[in-house]
Design a protein around this ligand. Structure first.
Ligand code: ADP
Ligand code: MP5
Length: 277
């Protein structure tokens, strides 16, 4: 093996394996990137919801990041569930100390079932300390509303919110379209400070969407770790999440996880079909 690209996720553990650290590591692995993790919290979680949240001590988060900074410098880093302003402060300090420039901030706030994964009072710390360090910030629509303080109803509102996020210090803003109206086309919007890029996709009618946001931002981070541009990494991330949602796993009695195997399985079967032709 020649180049080993390394990606780091700083996030919470989802015991159910569909979101959080577990989704991120599976996605890194599927996309050919060596995955590393720093845990911010343990959640007791399954497809029915979050049954407990146990945050790490901020010092334990710092120790994990120092261990990696000293020996296994990542090529790209993403953050997910950060829970408190104390943990955000530690992550921001270490990102600056170790000069992590390919930093993706997925501003995870509330789990799909409604449990808080970021304390309400920690939103200000996320805005003040982390956004200015981000290469890309990837909110869904409700998260973009909370970060910018504006209400987002139309695609035009989303463009204004994306501009605001860039003004707040993130190099790129990527506002995801999963929470748009069901009868509207689903569009992810990227803004680089100059131009908008709209990536439209087919909405899959499914309830198995646990972990979509984590998986998408992890796929984006994997591409960045491999040296791709944000636009190139976004294209692969979109194909990865679309396949994962289309082939969603109906395991558990509630909202099942997306299928992290799907993207590579499809690629293998295309290669196989081409070889047979
Ligand atoms: N039902 C769906 N069908 C197809 N793609 C979806 C669906 N729901 C979400 N996505 C895609 O999954 C990604 C995560 O979106 P979103 O649901 O907005 O984020 P989050 O999981 O953070 O709430 C986006 O690329 C979005 O377009
Ligand atoms: C530990 C952890 N991190 C993040 C999410 C968000 O999941 P989703 O992507 O479904 O919004 C989650 N449910 N649990």
């Amino acid at each position: 093996m020649t180049n080993i690209y390394k990606a780091l996720t700083i996030a919470g553990s989802d015991s159910g394996g569909g979101a959080g650290i577990q989704a991120d590591l599976k996605t890194f692995q599927e996309l050919g990137v060596y995955g590393m993790s720093a845990l911010t919290a343990v959640t007791a979680q399954n497809t029915l919801g979050v049954h407990g949240v146990y945050p790490m001590e901020p010092a334990a988060v710092a120790a994990q990041l120092d261990a990696l900074g000293a020996d296994l410098p990542p090529d790209a880093v993403k953050t997910g569930m950060l829970f408190s302003s104390e943990i955000i402060r530690v992550v921001a300090e270490k990102a600056a100390q170790y000069e992590w420039r390919r930093l993706v901030i997925d501003p995870v706030m509330v789990a799909k079932g409604g449990s808080r994964l970021l304390l309400r009072e920690a939103v200000d710390a996320l805005v003040a300390r982390l956004l200015p360090l981000a290469l890309v910030t990837t909110p869904n629509i409700p998260e973009a509303e909370l970060l910018t303080g504006m209400r987002i109803a139309s695609l035009q509102d989303r463009e204004i919110a994306a501009k605001t996020l860039v003004e707040m210090g993130s190099r790129y803003a990527l506002i995801k379209g999963g929470h748009g109206a069901p009868d509207e086309p689903m569009v992810d919007l990227l803004y680089d400070g100059k131009e908008f890029r709209h990536l439209e996709s087919r909405r899959v009618d499914t309830r198995h969407t646990h972990g979509t946001g984590c998986t998408y931002s992890a796929a984006l981070t994997a591409g960045l770790a491999q040296g791709r541009t944000v636009e190139e990494a976004m294209d692969t991330a979109k194909a990865f999440i679309q396949a994962a949602i289309e082939d969603g796993l109906g395991i558990g009695a509630g909202h099942g996880p997306t299928n992290h195997f799907a993207y590579q399985r499809r690629r293998r079967s295309e290669t196989h079909d081409a070889a047979q032709a």
